[in-house]
Write a protein that binds this ligand. Structure first.
Ligand SMILES: NC(=O)c1ccc[n+]([C@@H]2O[C@H](COP(=O)([O-])OP(=O)(O)OC[C@H]3O[C@@H](n4cnc5c(N)ncnc54)[C@H](O)[C@@H]3O)[C@@H](O)[C@H]2O)c1
Length: 338
């Protein structure tokens, strides 16, 4: 049994904590870490965790912890991952991987040098619908891929730490780094150019303090292999959690997403149809989170490469950074500028 410690017991941290507390074969939730006492104690009480830590440095000194799951705000990922690798612990790190490609390089090198696994939290790759779409593309069912369109709209109010887009990236990284990864996954290529536009449409009260904050963006991309991409992302949309993907090929197309929360539809005499909307990513991707955790543990146990590598995390950061620069500087950004 691998002993896992979840570091950061917030929204995403609790998803991972619940997965490791009984849903993943070969691993158990041995500890949780969070400086915020209420988050830490609530997690421990809900999941019956024997050990809690207020300071992540103490996790690194615990010889019983085999692997850490890093789910703190993004700006802390690099320091925690590098320290975990130095302590010989396998690492699962949430997206966005870090604050720059240089930080990603440091994290990749630290894990490689220590011989520990590194997996990044792009759980959509473990979503069965996405997997089937990829299989259909690889089998040539829609001809050659021409255009990949991906959108994510999140319902929740932004957290305070997200308003500084130089640190959090804003929705391009916070919500849509998943879309960036899906574009790489389905084009099988790296980005060549990005053009993004965006604005703050829902939180005018923070505009004076955070003039760069945007809650909605639209982006067009080209890839090295000639394929095209489109992404739109938004935060605090309130109507639900909306995640859709469309792949247009030379001989067909594939649509993934817009799954209703329940499988019932109400049709009434006034000609209207109603069906429940997904309200959370925690629901839409609940199975994918468990499958990604299982894949992480399996990669450790069988000593294989993780299915979402540090390189995947880094290349998504490249896309996110180019998108943010394009949005802030109002111009097309080319990968060749780097
Ligand atoms: N894969 C996904 O679908 C997904 C979804 C949401 C968030 N995320 C990512 O997960 C990370 C956390 O996001 P969130 O929405 O859960 O944020 P959050 O604010 O809800 O939770 C962050 C937690 O980290 C804790 N924390 C802060 N400093 C810490 C420290 N020094 N050591 C340990 N814990 C510390 C906070 O107290 C808080 O409980 C971000 O990188 C985010 O982008 C991924």
């Amino acid at each position: 049994m691998l002993n896992v410690c979840v570091i950061g017991c917030g929204r995403a941290g609790m998803i991972h904590a619940r997965s490791y507390a009984g849903k993943v074969i070969g691993a158990r939730l041995a500890a949780v870490c969070d400086p915020f006492e209420e988050a830490r104690e609530n997690a421990a009480a809900e999941l019956g965790v024997p050990r809690t830590y207020a300071d992540w440095h103490d996790v690194m000194a615990d010889p019983d912890i085999d692997a850490v799951v890093v789910v703190t705000p993004t700006g802390m990922h690099r320091d925690i991952v590098v320290a975990a690798a130095a302590a010989g612990k396998h690492v699962f790190c949430e997206k966005p991987m870090a604050s720059s490609e240089e930080e990603c390089d440091e994290m990749i090198a630290a894990c490689a040098q220590a011989g520990v696994k590194l997996q990044i939290g792009f759980m959509r790759r473990f979503d069965e619908s996405m997997e089937h779409a990829k299989e259909a593309i690889d089998a040539g069912e829609i001809g050659d891929v021409v255009l990949v369109k991906s959108l994510t709209h999140g319902p929740s109010h932004p957290k305070e730490w997200m308003y500084d887009v130089r640190k959090s990236y804003g929705p391009i990284g916070e919500v849509s780094s998943h879309d960036m990864d899906m574009l790489r996954f389905f084009t099988g290529s790296e980005v060549a150019s990005v053009y993004a536009v965006g604005g703050n449409y829902r939180s005018p009260e923070v505009a004076a303090e955070w003039p760069e904050w945007y809650d909605t963006f639209a982006m067009t991309l080209t890839f090295e292999n000639g394929m095209l991409g489109m992404v739109d992302g938004a935060q605090y949309v309130q109507y639900g959690y909306d995640s859709r993907l469309e792949v247009l090929g030379t001989k067909g197309s594939i649509l993934v997403g817009a799954q209703p929360r329940e499988s019932y539809t109400v049709a009434t005499a006034d000609g209207k149809v109603r069906r429940p909307m997904n309200n959370s990513w925690t629901y839409l991707y609940r199975e994918a989170y468990i499958r990604e955790a299982q894949a992480f543990v399996d990669a450790i146990v069988h000593d294989t490469e993780t299915r979402v590598t540090g390189h995947d995390g880094k290349m998504a950061i490249r896309l996110v950074n180019m998108g943010l620069r394009s949005l802030l500087e109002h111009r097309i950004v080319l990968a060749s500028e780097r």
